[in-house]
Each structure stands twice: as C-alpha cells, then as structure tokens.
Design a protein around this ligand. Structure first.
Ligand code: MN3
Length: 179
C-alpha cells in the first residue's frame, strides 16, 4: 500500500500536473476535463485518470468495514437480487477485467445502480468510457495493486477487499448521487 500510494499514485499526480501545465485545463475541475477527455492528449487521460481513480479508491477503503445503509442495501437488492449477489457480480467484473483496470459500482443515467469495469486508468466520468455514470465504489485491479502480497491470485485480493470497504463513504456518495 505504501509503494502503491507513494510511488504509483504520486507518479500519476506529478505527470498529470505536468500534462496540464500552462493549458486551459489547469483552471478546470477534473470532472470537467474527463467529460471531454477524448479531445485531450493520452497523457491527460491516463495520468488524470490515475490521479483521480486512486484518490477515489483510497477513500473507499477503511480499517473497519460496516455495511451499506438501508437505502443503499435496498437499491443493491433491487438491481442485483441481494447484497451477496452484488458482491459476486462486482467480483466477477474485477476478475474478468483483462489486463489492467478498475471495477466500478456506479449510478447510471437512469439513476439505477450498475457494475462495470474500465481498462487502464479510464473511469465512468470519461466521455470515452463505455461504462458511464457517477462512480460510487471502485477496486484497483492493476497487478501493482496486489502482486507483492497476492502474486497472481487476483481473486484472493478481490475477496479480501470486502473486509476493508469504507461503506460510510460509499453511503455518502450514493445519497449525493441521487440529488
Ligand atoms: Mn493503482
């Protein structure tokens, strides 16, 4: 985690700042940049995504994991059948993302919960993403996220993720996304 945070994440942050330096993007919110990222150089897409996705990921981790709120539980049940089925579907999205990328729980434009994954450092706020909406929960499935501890066992890393999900944060994101 220390290497992930202090080296990988820092590199995206530094490279993102360098990529937007002296351009109009410097004055824009990152969500605005993502909304038209298809018109930007790859350095903005990849490093901007790497910068944002990691912050979003750290904030949905906590030492102690409670659970989804009553409202979020009801919505998860409506969309996926049950909380366990949601975990299974999210896990499948994380396991089946070929190569490097991210798994997401997000709110789609119909205000329904959906699960998907993005390649590389793309995310659901980007205009070029096939998975679009308001992100609520994410898991980094780049090898750098798990290789030191789990080696090639991505599935074990995904199972362990459920012990450290910061549901309080996800609950807040969910209520905010409905407004
Ligand atoms: Mn990472």
């Amino acid at each position: 985690m220390e290497i992930h945070y202090d080296r990988h994440h820092r590199a995206y942050f530094t490279n993102f700042l360098n990529a937007i330096k002296g351009t109009p993007l410097e004055g824009m919110a990152v969500s605005e940049i993502f909304a038209s990222v298809s018109k930007q150089p790859d350095a903005v897409r990849n490093n901007g995504g790497g910068y944002y996705n990691h912050i979003f990921f750290w904030n949905n981790l906590a030492a102690k994991s409670a659970g989804p709120s009553a409202d979020l539980t009801a919505a998860l049940t409506k969309s996926f059948g049950s909380f366990d089925k949601f975990k299974e579907a999210f896990g499948t999205a994380a396991k089946t993302r070929f190569g490097s990328g991210w798994a997401w729980l997000y709110l789609n434009s119909d205000k329904n919960l959906a699960i998907g994954s993005t390649p590389n450092q793309d995310n659901p706020l980007m205009d070029i993403s096939t998975v679009k909406g308001t992100p609520l929960l994410t898991l980094d499935v780049w090898e750098h996220a798990y290789y030191l501890k789990y080696q090639n066992k991505r599935a074990d890393y995904i199972d362990a993720f459920w012990n450290v999900v910061n549901w309080e944060e996800v609950n807040k994101r969910y209520s905010a996304s409905l407004k």
